[in-house]
Design a protein around this ligand. Sequence first.
Ligand SMILES: Cc1ncc(COP(=O)(O)O)c(C=O)c1O
Length: 460
Amino acid sequence: MLDDILDYIEGIRERPVWQPIPDSVRARFHEAVPTDPTELAAVHDDFMRHILPFATGNSHPRFMGWVHGGGNVAGMLAEMLAAGLNANLGGRDHVPIEVERQIVHWTRLLFDFPSTATGLFVTGSSMANLLGALIARTRALGIDVRQNGLASTSKRLVAYTSAAAHRCISQAMDLSGLGIKSLRVIATNDAYQIDIDALNEAIASDRKAGFTPFLMIGTAGTVDTGALDDLAALASIAKRENLWLHVDGAIGALAIMAPDLAPRLAGIQQADSIALDFHKWGQVPYDAGFLLVRDGTLHRDTFASPAAYLRRETRGLAAGGHWPCDFGPDLSRGFRALKTWFTLKVYGTAALGAMISRTCELARYLEIKIATTKELELLAPVSLNIVCFRHRGENPDRLNAQIVADMHESGIAAPSTTVLGNRLAIRVALFNHRTEPRDIDALINAVLKLGAAATRKCVA
Ligand SMILES: Cc1ncc(COP(=O)(O)O)c(C=O)c1O
């Protein structure tokens, strides 16, 4: 099994990025519950023939869609070790939890947070953003809100983020009981960053109308275009207005490891909480989301739920004071920290930072290619590693959607699409450490070829 999966990774470039799933393969996954045993080798054979070839393909250097990291072999092997240990990181006194605490400590250092800051592995930034909103809610309403619920308060809490924020931010307002309408969606400027003047006006007008502003969510790397909000400006507004500043750094926070990019994150060090994903730019195999919180006491006060069967002792396996289950809703938790620890130790932050910078250079290379190809046009400024563009042909929304679908089915590359100012864009997000300039060339050639073919088909 190990040989096969290493061969898969070694030869990934020669495979199609993705391929359509034949009905016969899909049908295999509608089998009855297996009451009888099957040989391990036969199950593995099934995996090799019917699962592996039809995966998403995000380890492939020409996977360029959505926001998917490429994974890495050290992290993969660590995942195997973690599964063998079968550690449960909800709590208790064992070194796997020290490994997670080590990552919390390293993350504190990366973002210049105090030693009292806390952190927690979660599935992804959708969850980390939700937990950040819940902690901000505790700060605004007091810990009693956990007993009495939102109905007990007369405060009308409102939060702020930009129109370019990820959909999980409004979902966090929904799930935290505050309601989607309590999120003020502030317009963006031409660079897709939150408009600071509009933000100031919205806060002032809410205060005048009797609302209680409590939370501001800045984005370090927006999902559509990779724009970085002006985090330093947000930090100073948060201070002036006494708001909780949460940074959704799912995409961009780890650029802190790249010396050329880190200055553009200035202000993130003043956030109250940061959501980030080691499984995106950090190349840790899925999933490895993370939340960092400046006020560790408030973090714990928001989630800790004592129970007799989780009693802490001063010695034995139940020792250890605060356990990870005190910092979030999960009690059973896997050993996500190990694959992150291996990745950080085996490669080091200097090499990871250089890889992050390289993906931004590739984005600039693509930007230049687009600028010098008359059939193509850029649809948004390139801030980090995301490029939005389109083919200029007839009926461009339909044409570009068709190009992307045809490209997926061809197996050549897998960008995704988004809509910017009512225009459908081909969206290329370069998160894979295996991607090279020749992959960008292949993408451009395919867009031109498929664009010409689709246009010919339309005319015929
Ligand atoms: C800016 C941003 N925030 C949050 C998320 C959600 O992260 P996850 O998919 O890890 O839950 C994403 C996902 O792409 C994102 O791009």
